[in-house]
Design a protein around this ligand. Sequence first.
Ligand code: 4NP
Length: 154
Amino acid sequence: MKTKILMVCLGNICRSPLAEGILKSKLDPDKYIVESCGTSNYHIGSKPDKRSINIGIKYGIDISNQRAAQFSIDDFEKYDYIYVMDNANYKDITQLSDDIKNRNKVKLILEELHPNDHLDVPDPYYGGEQGFEDVYQMLNKACNNIVIKLEKLS
Ligand code: 4NP
């Protein structure tokens, strides 16, 4: 059985599509499935934000085929690891389930870089290009650590 990882942000057009593309590029597709979604329904069916697509292209990652989806309760069962981009996402997702097994699957992605600091990947939507570069760099580092952790477990 493949290990399934879900990346979550608010709109599923800026941060989590990049997180999906970055982590996917570092893992064996025969062993892992990486997907993403948003807590909101704002952009269901949309392509990633052009600025996320462009920063992906800059680093050799094509996320243009992704389409935004919304988190559903069934995703707790479907995925082994659920990485959220910020504390608001964490609250929105965990409050959907009382089951401790489900809640324990949810983790702030930057905890993989700075444990116990509860840091957010800042939402770059209303900012400029630099915000997307910054998001890419932090997600890339966090994903490197996720790969190390997953390979140790396998
Ligand atoms: P994301 O960014 O959560 O990283 O996809 C956002 C995209 C859209 C909106 C907010 C954040 N919005 O309000 O439409």
